[in-house]
Write a protein that binds this ligand. Sequence first.
Ligand SMILES: [Zn+2]
Length: 713
Amino acid sequence: MRSLLVLLFLFLAGTGYAQTLPHHQLNIVLHPEQHSLSVKDLITLPSGVPRTMYFLLHRDLHPTSPDAEINAAGEMPETWLQRYRVTLPPGCDSLTLNYSGEIFHPPQQDAREARTFESTPGIIATEGTVLTGDSGWYPSFGDGMLTFKLDVALPQGWHAISQGKRTNVSDAHAHWEERQPQNEIYLIAAPFTEYARSNESVESLVYLRNDDVALAQRYLDATARYIAMYQRLIGPYPYAKFALVENFWETGYGMPSFTLLGSQVIRLPFIVGTSYPHEILHNWWGNGVYVDYASGNWSEGLTAYLADHLLQEQQGKGAEYRRSTLQKYADFVSAGRDFPLAQFTSRHSEQSEAVGYGKAMMMFHMLRRQLGDDVFIRELQDFYRNYRFKRPGFADLEQALSQASGKDLKPFFAQWVQRTGAPQLRLVSAQAHYDKARSSAAGYDLDVVVEQTQPGPAYTLDLPLAVTLAGQDAAYSTVIAIKDKHSELHLQLAAQPLRVDVDPEFDLFRRLDRAEIPAAFSQIFGAEKLLIVLPRKAPEALRAQYSGIAQAWQKQPSRETTIKWDDEIEHLPDEGAVWLFGWENGFRGEFKNALEKNSAAMSETGVRFGDGEYQRAQHALALTAHIGTAHIGQIPAAWLAAPDAAMLPVLARKLPHYAKFSYAAFSGQELTNLAKGMWPVTGSPLGRAVKQEDGNAVDVPRGKLAIRESLVR
Ligand SMILES: [Zn+2]
């Protein structure tokens, strides 16, 4: 979903949009060569609007009206917008506005955002046109909600796309109409090739800048497949079509009934099965049911849960996905940087993503576990049906789900939406008793002590436990409600308990213990303090590249980064994180020792890990490890090196995309990936052998966990 700029002022205080909305009938002529457009907008106004109204329009569009006088009425924080006042004559319920002029703001990088695309409030150019509500390309009244019908006259060979339904197909003109309430009107146009598939109830469209039938077909098929899946899961798709539109700079936007993706993004092979279904699902959450941003954005978490998580769950990788979600939270969100979900509006950093997508996604997962799949799905269906084209907030969601399930979900929502932070768990002890007096049906008692170690009050949690039993392959799984910092749990079991695992499938939103997390690049990229150590003894060309990468990474504003040559420091720091560069690095010996805990062996000529062996003279490598320190135990560290100076800038550019991994190996000038993965986790503090009556505790592997059904197939 697009990030909305700022909520527009409520000029029509009190009237709202419940009854009717302004309806715009727009006749547009696009002049890409002049970066301009001219428009006649016939606006039908809702009954009962005040005679004097205000609207926003781009400051270079100079509106006039045959019906009323238009006056400038103040500046806006968005400098390209102008506020106007119009007073209608009595008895007049429509207004015609004529305006024309230039809208040309070339896309720019947002300085706040490290890993995002360029953006613009709006552009009309020969490469293409992208106009949104933020552009002020049509007059926006009140809270901006409206319905519309538009006719665009286009240059030869151009197509234009907006929301909703295509009402007429003709040369040189495009016609779109949407009668359901919309937050804004989009107008995208360019010289496109159009592909269509319309044998389903919803039309699938693809607009590419160059002819590519195979690519278009992949997306047309995916559109039909995902829309069918989500219609089964949630309810009818709310629009007449879904279109994939290729942009002329790199973007990843989901708008109502279409998505605007950059040329490179579209051609990444995994997008059609990852970001693409996410954007399609936003037509239900975010662009179908809208979001009341003032109380926090719930739609990203729900969309991540029912797209990103669901697609992994369908492949049996739900627990893995949840673990990496929790890992991002642990890596990027330190206590001082945390904030409650109620304050999330849109993603602008790894940290805001870890809360706004990650924590929210886990909240929906916990809700599902608590209610059961059937109730959870039914409630989502009800919520969708009741709030389509409205703007519910978290409080509406809470109320809707409480009503439908007959449970008071207020404490649940207060805990996860309003409260900052996460629970932290510790498995203190697990002790078995054999009760000779009881029949053999439940002859074993197990006492488990679990503590919540986070600062502040206890959380109310449905704690999943898996108990591995003597003589049984499958572990016994159960869920126990806890609400205190110190919980003593009693279980009666039919067989001898050997091992206990707390939350083995990462069903709870919680701060993972360091030992549950393998070292990963995200821990170094996400650190608040980073030391980069450069190799003085490396050849000149490599030294220059290593130093260049260090300086580029030093620019990350959310981190305090220090750069040192290896001969300038005596020892590695006790806190923060460390990047070591180069085979020649004086501290490589310490890293080599730390790597051994991950079953990776480093020699003078290469590194061996997983199933592969990688050569110093041939491969670009990046590895992580936890390095022991004198005082605080361990800090995350990483090492990177390449044999050829030309490989290093490519490595530096690629690595942030491997943030969740522990290691990555590449070959060739293009840096083709050869290996990537996470070190195995050993010694989780949330799993332990049960202490038997005789005082012994023998460690055994965890029993098998039952395979879970995905929410939908
Ligand atoms: Zn999204």
